[in-house]
Design a protein around this ligand. Structure first.
Ligand code: FES
Length: 168
């Protein structure tokens, strides 16, 4: 799985061609192609949509429609930290909206978006399986529970500090 650091300028289109060739023998191959492209690049860049369209002779608008219809596909690279905000029943009752609002304030990214500094991507998800810790989120696979605006702010500031320190 790519880390999302591959920008559109650095895409090796021969990789896209190979993926398209591999799947184009199947009928209705667009979804498997898009899945493999996303696994390879971390997202489906717009430039790649056109390339796939040319490779398999399907209109780009049709492929774009599929990418935007299915929530599994992303048109933008992921931020370094993927924050999954739980909106399952327990978290909903315990303040999931407060959590989402606070994260949007502190990171600058609403659900479904990536912060301008590309540090945070925020996603809305159903139950994370740790309801007793509601409201909770997951950051790059680590669970954070019993959240308050203060604890969310503290966690995000710690991430920013860590990133600033590693940037030198
Ligand atoms: S509802 Fe949020 S973890 Fe279950």
């Amino acid at each position: 799985m790519a880390d999302g650091s591959m920008t559109e300028e650095k895409i090796d289109f021969s990789v896209i061609d190979a993926i398209a060739r591999k799947h184009s023998v199947e009928r209705g191959a667009v979804i498997p192609i898009l899945q493999e492209v996303q696994d390879t690049l971390g997202y489906v860049p717009k430039a790649v949509i056109q390339r796939i369209a040319d490779d398999i002779d399907v209109p780009a608008s049709e492929i774009y429609g599929i990418v935007t219809f299915y929530a599994q596909f992303r048109l933008e690279p992921l931020g370094k930290y993927l924050i999954k905000v739980c909106h399952g029943t327990a978290c909903h009752l315990c303040g999931a909206e407060m959590v989402a609002d606070t994260i949007a304030q502190v990171t600058g990214a609403k659900e479904g978006a990536t912060s301008e500094d590309k540090l945070f991507t925020v996603e809305r998800v159903a139950c994370l399986g740790c309801c007793s810790l509601a409201p909770c989120i997951m950051i790059n696979g680590d669970t954070h529970g019993r959240l308050t605006p203060e604890s969310i702010d503290k966690t995000m500031q710690e991430i920013r500090k860590k990133e600033a320190a590693s940037a030198g």
